[in-house]
Design a protein around this ligand. Structure first.
Ligand code: ZN
Length: 422
């Protein structure tokens, strides 16, 4: 038996962290069953939710090649008893499963999770889950003129890069807004010919975290039978070096005809996302959200406890911050004023890929991406500074946080973000 004192004033982030610490105390016992009872709180629901979420997060087995294998978590049953012991079970389970999947993918080594292998996993998952699946390979992307994406992958010996499109439709189609999710899926980022240093490169197999979160959100919404259609577009690529690799001063053309002057090959994320955003917004969804481990500047600005958010509708910014506070996956808004574009002026192309000095690169990157959102579709960009936090974050015990699933579910379902955009 573990007793836990809770302050009813605490934030969702603090509550989830306290729940994790409480479960730490019984980790050695590895119980098969958990009995949770909350007393003395006027609104106990969120505490039950936090404890169950923390228990489920801990129970997710992360792939490992290290022997001996850790003892499997035995937890098979969680019982809630006490006054007000009610939670939205379906939602808690959906979010936990989606977060777990995002973390399991992020842990995989890059010689296993190649773009080709990732594609196979996605195809298998789509079959199992009854999701639509198509894959735009290099030939299909060439036909669409997606030269920004193709520039990044032309240096890869394996020709397995492409854009995966998964979709979910509710059983009874209603006149509902459609949501598009976009994710950066760089299975490895060497930096390209502007090669990263050893320290900067180590860990770059997790440059696909955005794609894993977008996929997780799609699955969670499907599991909860959300009443709107969802499309998910994942840019699967590896930023490699080689004789064919793209280089600074190249000029390439994105699928909408925009010409881009390459400045730094390590700014590959915005290149693959440019063409992916063009695809995702072509059919004019009500809202598009992209997730990307995009810039070091965002980490410099916020650290790894928060992620940065941007939106092309200023009214969305307080809603995004509120979703971050309420979900415990905290986000902080950054500006997106047009005068930042000055840094992207090019004398040889429509736009530069990035600025050389790197000042405010998270904002510059967002300005760059905003050009590739068609039809002025309402757009949210999440720069995932918090996708990996040493020692875990809130209720998540692993370095890989799967950050973004709870935040987005809160945004869509509790802040009624889609309805507001109607
Ligand atoms: Zn990079």
């Amino acid at each position: 038996m573990v007793h836990l004192s809770l302050n009813p004033q605490q934030s969702a982030f603090e509550r989830l962290g306290a729940a994790r610490r409480a479960l730490d105390l019984m980790a050695e016992l590895n119980p098969r069953e958990l009995l949770v009872s909350v007393h003395g709180l006027p609104v106990p629901g969120p505490v039950y939710e936090a404890l169950v979420s923390a228990a489920l997060a801990r129970a997710v087995p992360l792939p490992t090649r290290k022997r001996p294998l850790p003892e499997p978590v035995r937890l098979a049953r969680i019982r809630l008893c006490g006054p007000g012991a009610e939670i939205d079970q379906r939602r808690v389970q959906a979010e936990a499963r989606a977060n777990g999947l995002a973390r399991q993918l992020a842990v995989l080594p890059p010689n296993e999770l190649t773009p080709g292998h990732y594609r196979q996993r996605l195809a298998a998952l789509a079959r199992e889950e009854g999701l639509g699946f198509e894959f735009l390979d290099r030939t299909a992307l060439r036909r669409r003129g997606a030269g920004a994406f193709l520039a990044v992958v032309q240096g890869s010996a394996a020709k397995d890069a492409g854009i995966a499109h998964l979709s979910w439709r509710p059983a009874r189609p209603q006149r509902v807004p459609r949501l598009a999710l976009v994710g950066k899926g760089l299975t490895y980022d060497t930096g390209g010919v502007n090669l990263k240093t050893a320290r900067g490169m180590f860990g770059m197999h997790q440059d696909m975290a955005g794609s894993a979160v977008a996929l997780g959100v799609l699955l969670a919404l499907k599991d909860m039978n959300a009443p709107f259609a969802v499309d998910c577009w994942l840019a699967l690529a590896s930023n490699d070096i080689g004789p064919q690799a793209y280089q600074p001063n190249d000029v390439v053309r994105a699928a909408d005809g925009t010409t881009i002057e390459i400045v730094h090959t390590d700014a590959e994320g915005r290149m693959v996302l440019a063409d992916t955003l063009l695809l995702a917004t072509a059919s004019k969804p009500a809202l598009v959200i992209d997730y990307a481990t995009l810039t070091g500047a965002c980490i410099h600005a916020l650290g790894k406890r928060y992620s940065g958010v941007f939106a092309n509708r200023e009214a969305l910014l307080p809603v995004l911050a509120a979703a971050g506070r309420a979900s415990g996956e905290r986000v902080w808004p950054f500006p997106l004023d047009a005068d930042f574009d000055k840094a992207l002026d090019s004398s040889v192309a429509d736009i530069k890929q990035c600025a050389m000095d790197g000042e405010a690169d998270h904002i510059i990157a967002a300005r760059f991406l905003s050009r590739f959102v068609r039809h002025a579709v309402p757009w949210v960009h999440v720069d995932l500074a918090a996708s990996n936090h040493k020692g875990g974050l809130a209720h998540i015990p692993s370095d890989e946080t799967g950050f973004g699933v709870r935040f987005t579910c809160n945004l869509l379902l509790d802040q009624a973000c889609l309805k507001a955009l109607g």
